[in-house]
Write a protein that binds this ligand. Structure first.
Ligand code: PMP
Ligand code: GLN
Length: 426
């Protein structure tokens, strides 16, 4: 893998650097989710790190996939996606948000939201363009922006009594003549923030004033709590024509392994993304596509009931975990959506979330992910959130209860030396 020093940096190395996967000594790491799930697997720890449910989604949707396999939906699906899935995605957008999209040329089915995000960035952003993201940000954004040779410009969310909030003036300041795209994520991973109307108006004003594209990652669109509703920024005046919305079946349907995602928006932008996407995977998940179509069409309302129960159950598990973390003396910013909570270990004297997450599986039997992994190296947000870790509550209540018992050991970790990984814990 060695490259002569006169050669330009190979793209993979720029991706690793951009995504923060290069250690201080030049070593290459895998993503934080791979690293922490691997550690959880090796130590037998409860995995509150990587976000995936420990209970499957609706049985009738799984049966629809089985049926599709039996009925021979096993060869390539059409490149843009199975027609019934494209129709169901469009109907879902109309039913939930009043958004009109044409299934013929304004919907593209992808291999999860991850591929939609990467394809949108590769298609629409070029070398030296800038992409504004909310920080902390989902890790694949930095990877995809680096693949495009573009520059990631993070805008820090600020923690407060109302949860993490968008700093409007900071968003304004982040935009330059090179800014091409705002990549927005709401409900937001990892903070659980759900952007409200005021915040969305700020984003829309900035996007219109500077003629920017907006790509929205809405994979947690149905996972909101306390009566908070997710509002797509595409529903604001003048926004549908500049916005590509992305979602997937993984989180709403609790089938994260199916990797069926989609992207919707104006036909010219969708065509641009499709052009790139057809050379990434072209198509995938043929028998899952009709099953997801059936779920999104939801003719008998069973999926609507599943979503209502999922959100209710998650709100209760959020309360269980947040109350437990508070009892342990940790700082908690209560999430309004997603299935993650960001918690601050500093009150227990634990100031380095990265080092802490490397110790937790072995020493406490619980895996988490450091919020620093969602931040640009050395950014003000990374510094401010250095002692924060993300835990998922999309696990059965008894698992969360057991995790809380194990986390009582956190207090005992303060002041002790961690494993010799070159990082200092306190
Ligand atoms: N965006 C966010 C914010 C996520 O948390 C995830 C993980 N589900 C993804 C995108 C990727 O979604 P998918 O598994 O559908 O590729
Ligand atoms: N979206 C999941 C999370 O945030 C992880 C997906 C992945 O493993 N890349 O935990």
């Amino acid at each position: 893998m060695a490259t002569p020093s006169s050669s330009p940096e190979p793209r993979w190395r720029a991706v690793a650097r951009g995504a923060g996967l290069v250690d201080a000594d030049g070593g290459l790491r895998r993503t934080v989710f791979a690293e922490m799930s691997d550690l959880a697997g090796r130590t037998g720890a409860l995995n509150l790190g990587q976000g995936f449910p420990d209970v499957d989604g609706p049985a009738h949707v799984a049966r629809a996939a089985e049926r599709a396999i039996r009925e021979g939906r096993n060869q390539y699906a059409p490149g843009s996606g199975a027609p019934e899935l494209r129709r169901a995605v469009a109907a879902h957008a109309r039913r939930h948000y009043g958004l009109e999209v044409d299934p013929a040329d304004e919907v593209l089915v992808t291999t999860g939201a991850t591929e939609a995000i990467a394809a949108a960035i590769l298609a629409l952003v070029g070398p030296d363009d800038e992409v504004v993201v909310l920080e902390p940000y989902y890790d694949s954004y930095a990877g995809a922006v680096a693949m495009a040779g573009a520059r990631l410009v993070p805008v820090g969310l600020r923690p407060g009594p109302e949860g993490f909030r968008l700093d409007g003036p900071a968003l304004e300041r982040a935009v330059t003549s090179r800014t091409r795209m705002i990549l927005l994520n709401s409900p937001h991973n990892p903070t659980g923030a759900v952007l409200d109307e005021d915040e969305l108006v700020v984003v829309a004003d900035v996007a219109r004033a500077h003629d920017l594209l907006v790509v929205t990652d809405e994979v947690y669109e149905h996972l909101t709590f306390d009566g908070v509703r997710h509002v797509p920024v595409a529903t604001l005046p003048g926004m549908a024509e500049r916005t590509l919305r992305i979602s997937s079946a993984g989180k709403s349907l609790s089938f994260t392994g199916w990797k069926v995602g989609w992207l919707t928006g104006p036909a010219d932008l969708v065509a641009a993304v499709r052009t790139v996407q057809q050379y990434l995977t072209y198509t995938s998940g043929a028998p899952f596509q009709p099953a997801v179509a059936e779920a999104l069409a939801d003719e008998d309302g069973r999926v609507a009931r599943h979503l209502a129960e999922l959100a209710d159950g998650l709100a209760r598990r959020r309360d269980l975990l947040c109350a437990g973390l508070e009892r342990l003396g940790l700082g908690v910013v209560v999430p309004r959506g997603t299935y993650f909570v960001v918690t601050d270990a500093a009150p227990l004297g634990l100031h380095d979330g990265v080092a802490l997450c490397r110790r937790m599986p072995e020493e406490l039997g619980v895996a988490a992910v450091p919020v620093a992994a969602f931040c640009a190296d050395g950014s003000p947000t990374a510094r401010a959130l250095r002692s924060h870790v993300r835990l998922t509550f999309v696990k059965r209540a008894e698992v969360l209860e057991e995790a809380l018992v194990r986390l009582e050991g956190l207090a005992g970790l303060a002041g002790e030396a961690g494993p010799t990984d070159g990082r200092v814990i306190n």
